[in-house]
Design a protein around this ligand. Sequence first.
Ligand SMILES: Nc1ncnc2c1ncn2[C@@H]1O[C@H](COP(=O)(O)OP(=O)(O)OP(=O)(O)O)[C@@H](O)[C@H]1O
Ligand SMILES: [Mg+2]
Length: 348
Amino acid sequence: MLSCSQQRSGEGLILGVESSCDETAAAVVDSGHGIRSNVISSQVEIHHEFGGVVPELASRHHVLNIIPVIEAALAEADVSLGDLRAVAVTAGPGLVGALLVGLQVAKGICFVTGLPLVAVDHLLAHLEAPFLDRRGQPGFPHVFLLASGGHCLVGVRHGPEGMEVLGATRDDAAGEAFDKVAKMLGLGYPGGRVIDELARGGDPAAIRFPRALRGRKGFDFSFSGLKTAVKQHLARRGLPKAGQELADLCASFQQAVVDMLTERVEQAVECTGLSEVVVAGGVAANSHLRASLERAAAAGRWRLHLAAPELCTDNAAMVAVAGQRRLAAGKLADMATNAAPSWARHVG
Ligand SMILES: Nc1ncnc2c1ncn2[C@@H]1O[C@H](COP(=O)(O)OP(=O)(O)OP(=O)(O)O)[C@@H](O)[C@H]1O
Ligand SMILES: [Mg+2]
């Protein structure tokens, strides 16, 4: 059972709840963006055999995991519900059945305790992950790159609320491209981390894969042509045997993605004249992308804020920070708040 004392600590502790895809997560974060707890129950093992997330399975496992995960987050932070200032929950975008689990549980907690409920945009939450870094917080305005499993956006955040999108993917997201290529190579799901690791021993110039929309006006991305190019390469040459051939293919594919992402960031910095860049989302954990952005930042004299690798993929600490922003702006949700699966209908 969740305990509920009525005492308030005044530390501005927020409980974040995340269930938009295949991670059930809960975290307690204080008003200084300090992480008191960050519990993540991943369903990767469950979806692995299907080569991608099965929505119905995801929802069912969220139902099983959500209360234990929240209890674990409260216990790890050594707080009870009564110590909290508010509950922040991802309302979208994501899988509707999965979102509803976190949202309904968060509503239930708020209904029983009287705590304020804050509904958070998952993409804005990803962009808050670098703010959990105690070494130096990003300032506003800044350029952002969000490269995750379902989205790829570049734009400007002028302040704590909302985002101005300069460009987005026209087809696959960057993480989706990693996952689809990994699936073609029989490397399982999700594919980003394993390609990252295999690519370390490979030659990124071994195969020249296309960089779509390069040199074109605008900030959009396209990754489906790259995915098709890998598919055609495999059709011509067959699946690489484990070893150098596989490492070279991974490194060459990864280099194409990294080039496209890095160039858009450089272009956005040049166009806006801004000097700070925030990069977040699962693909931001990629070691080669991180190194490429570090080099670009040094060359262009701008400041790079990368989310810590473990905070790039879905977690609830980032949801709690996004919730703090909305709470401070007085933007509260209510019991009628519904899940919003599509990003287009749910900006900021
Ligand atoms: N080291 C890595 N290199 C490249 N990609 C990675 C790495 N680690 C994780 N990823 C990719 O990140 C994605 C998961 O990130 P994230 O959790 O941000 O996405 P999501 O929540 O599924 O999508 P969205 O946030 O758009 O709804 C997967 O596609 C995964 O392959
Ligand atoms: Mg995500």
